[in-house]
Structures are given as structure tokens and as C-alpha cells.
Ligand binder design. Structure first.
Ligand code: GLN
Length: 198
């Protein structure tokens, strides 16, 4: 059976592990390169991307995770995790460390102060699965500003500025601006487990 790791440096680690267990896979925390080597996929939780990047450096995980992603390790990033998986960031700090892997430009804290936090039902339409409505929670969330050729857009939300991309997939890398680990609705985690199995 599958073992999926949850990067356990900072953020919603416990919630992701619980959701993955509900999907019928083993979920383990990943804090060391030896633990990374044991997993079939990796979830990068929400939290604070600058802190996760710093801690990944301190724990010696930056290069091992970059290498694992290059070698095809499936990964799913939520919110700060989306930022960690983006090839480029707008609104990051000067020395911000990320893993990269998805050919997108992500705008950090993109929805601005006045809507720090909000909920929206998004039409989740991945190419590898039937579409469905999903109750999404956004907390100081990023959005995707630009996507490269190999990147599929799976969901958008509309605000006064227009359509914002809030879910993307490239190969077996998935990222959402929102936090499905806190809704009790496991469908996005199930989609990731499907990607890991594929
Ligand atoms: N704003 C946070 C960041 O820049 C992300 C917020 C979140 O993960 N809920 O990392």
C-alpha cells in the first residue's frame, strides 16, 4: 500500500495526515532526508512559506526535495505549499527559498488584506477526473498569475479583478491556493492519491 509523506516543518501537518488516512493510505511526517526517501508522494502543507523555506534549509531538506521532485516524486502543495512548488514567486522576500517544480508564477498573499480569508465554492475540473463543486477555504492565499505550457488549470475563482487561478497540475505535481485539509471533504486528497497511483 501507499505511504504519503507530509512535510512536517510547520503548518497544517496533522490535518493533512488525517485526511490522507481517511483516503486509505499511510501518512507519515517528513522532517529528515531519510524519511523523504521512504515515501511515494509528498504533501506540502499551508503555513508560512518563508518559514517553511527557512526550516527546510536548516533541516537539510531543500536540495533533497528539489532532487526528488526532479526525479518524479508526486507532490501536492496547499497554500504556502503552492508557493513552495512554484518555479517563480511575486511578492516573496528577497532570500525566500522554494522547491520549485511547477512552471507557474505565483502571487503571494494575492487576494490582499481586505479579503485575508474567505470561502468560495469552486468548480474543480481536473482533466483526469470528472469535475465537482468543492467548498474551498482561502487564508492569506496566493493565486497563480501565469502558467507555462505544460500546466493544467483545475480551478479558478472570480473576484472584482477578474478570474484568479487557484488550482494547477503539472504531471504528478498538484497545487491549490486553498486548504482542503480543514474542510472534512477528502475529494481533493483522493485526487492526489490517484495521481500518486497513476
Ligand atoms: N501567506 C502565506 C505565505 O505566504 C500562506 C498562507 C497559508 O498557507 N495559509 O506563505
Amino acid at each position: 500500500s501507499l505511504t504519503i509523506g507530509v512535510l512536517a516543518l510547520q503548518g497544517d501537518v496533522r490535518e493533512h495526515r488525517a485526511m490522507l488516512e481517511q483516503c486509505g493510505v499511510s501518512a507519515v511526517g517528513v522532517r529528515r532526508p531519510e524519511e523523504l526517501a521512504q515515501v511515494d508522494g509528498l504533501v506540502i502543507p499551508g503555513g508560512e512559506s518563508t518559514t517553511i523555506g527557512k526550516l527546510a534549509g536548516i533541516f537539510g531538506l531543500l536540495e533533497p526535495i528539489r532532487a526528488a521532485l526532479r526525479d518524479g516524486l508526486p507532490a501536492y502543495g496547499t497554500c504556502a505549499g503552492m508557493i513552495m512548488l512554484a518555479d517563480a514567486i511575486e511578492g516573496g522576500t528577497a532570500d525566500q527559498q522554494t522547491f520549485g517544480g511547477i512552471d507557474v508564477v505565483v502571487r503571494r498573499n494575492g487576494f490582499g488584506r481586505q479579503v485575508d480569508s474567505f470561502e468560495a465554492v469552486v468548480d474543480f475540473s481536473p482533466s483526469w477526473h470528472d469535475h465537482f463543486d468543492y467548498p474551498a477555504t482561502f487564508i492569506r492565499a496566493p493565486y497563480v498569475e501565469k502558467v507555462g505550457d505544460g500546466v493544467e488549470v483545475a480551478a479558478t475563482v472570480t473576484d472584482e479583478q477578474g478570474d484568479r487561478i487557484v488550482a494547477v497540475r503539472q504531471g504528478r505535481l498538484l497545487a491549490t491556493s486553498f486548504h482542503p485539509e480543514i474542510t472534512g471533504d477528502t475529494r481533493i486528497h483522493e485526487l492526489f492519491v490517484e495521481l500518486v497511483r497513476s
